[in-house]
Design a protein around this ligand. Sequence first.
Ligand code: F0G
Length: 460
Amino acid sequence: MSEFKTIIEPFKIKMVEQINVTSKEERLDFLKQAHYNPFLLNSDKVMIDFLTDSGTSAMSANQWAGIMQGDESYAGASSWHHMRDTIYDLTGHEYILPTHQGRAAERILYGYLGGKGKTFISNTHFDTTRANIEFSGAEAIDIVIEEGKAPKTFHPFKGNIDTKKLEDLIIEKGAENIGGVILTVTNNSGGGQPVSMENAKDVAAICKKYNVRYFLDCCRVAENAYFIKHREKGYETSTYKEIAQELFALVDGSIMSAKKDALVNMGGFLSLRDEELASACKNLLIITEGFATYGGLSGRDMEALAIGLKEVFEPDYLHYRIRSTAFLGEKLKEMGVPLVWPIGGHAVYIDAKELYPHIPVHEYPGQALVCELYLKGGIRTVEIGSVMFGKYDEEGKLIPSPMELVRLAIPRRVYTQSHIEYVIEVFEKIMEDRKNAKGLKIIEEPKFLRHFTSKFVRVA
Ligand code: F0G
C-alpha cells in the first residue's frame, strides 16, 4: 500500500461518457415533469448519478475483452463454465444457477420456500427481497442490532443480526415455519454497514441448532470482507477472498446480484448445497429465466461476470473503493451534515430526519432532500425511508420507517475525485438553505415497491 495520503483511482480512463451540464432552472422543469421522483428522470438530465451502485460499474479492459470472447451457445457454453467455476471457487456451493439479476434468484428461492405461514428473518431485507417474500404470502422480519438503528452510534459492525432476537423468533414462530435466515452483507438498507465474521458464525450456530436454512445475500461480499479484515481481530493476515470464502462456508446457499461486487452491468446467481432444493429451483429457473447453463444471461455477460468477480477482490481496488466512499462521508460529517456513522461500503447515507427537523415524516424529509440535491446540483440519489418502506394502518395512516435516510450510492470505478469535490460543494448549499426545504405529498402510488413510480407534489 502507498506511503501517501492521497489515494489515487487505481485505473486509467480509456473511454469517456459525456455528462450534460444543466442549469438550476432547467432542473426545476425536469423535476416537475418527473413528479418530484428522480427515478422518473431521464439519465441525460442527471449530472452525478448516485441513484444506485447496481449495474452502474465501469468494466475493465479485461472484462471488455471477455465480452468479445463470450460463448453464446445455448447449452454448456464455455463462458458458463468460467462463471460457474469462479463462483464455486468462491462459495464452495455445489449447485449454481445463473440468473439475470438478484431478484430473479430471490423470486425462485423465496417463492419456493415461502408462502403463507412462513417467516424469513434478516438483518435488513432489501426492498426486492422483502417484496418477493411478501408476494409469496410469507412475512419478512428485520432484526438488525440496536446500534444499527441509531445513525450516530459508532459500532464497527452495525449490520449484525441481533442473535437473541433471532433465537426468540425461531422459538416463537416454530423452526418448521422459518423459510430461511438471510444475512445481507453489507446491510444495504441499514446503511451499507458490514456484518462481522463472529456474528455470521453465531447466526450459523443458531440456524444449525434449530435446523433452519441460512442464506447469504452476498451482493457486496467483497466490501464486507474489507471491513472484516480491517476491523475484526484475527483477520489481519487473511486475504479478502479468504474472508469471503469463510462466510460462504457458513451458509446453505447464497443469492448474488452480480450488478454490485461482480462489477458487471447485468447478472446474478443462486448457489445452493442441497441437491433437492437446487433441483426444485432449477425447474423454476428453466420455466422463467432460461436453461440452467445461462439463466437469463448472454455468454458475454457470464464471461464479464467471471472476470469481475475475481477483480473485485484485488487489494488496491478494494482499498480505493472503501476509502473513497469514506472520504465523501468524512467531509460531509465535518460540514455538520447528519449521516449514518461510520460510513458504509458502497454509499453515504444522510439522516434526512435530522437534517430537516421541520419536515414531518408523513411529508417525507428523505424525498425532500432527494429533490434538493437534484435541484441544486443535478445529483440523483434515492430515499431509503418512509417512501420506500412506509406502510399504512387500517385507517390509512402512515406507519413510518424507523429511519429517514437518503443514499448516495457510488458507482464502482465511475466517478473521479473532482466529481466527489463537486458533490461536497453542493452539500454546502444544502446546509445553507436547509430551513427552506419543503416536504412532499404522494398523489399516486403502486402497491409494491412504491418508490420506483410514485408521483409527488410539493407541500406549500
Ligand atoms: N439484495 C440486496 C442487498 C440488494 O442491494 C439488491 C439490489 C438486491 C438484493 C436485488 O438485486 O437489483 O440485481 O435484482 N440493490 C440495488 C440497489 C437495486 O440499488 O441497492 P437486483
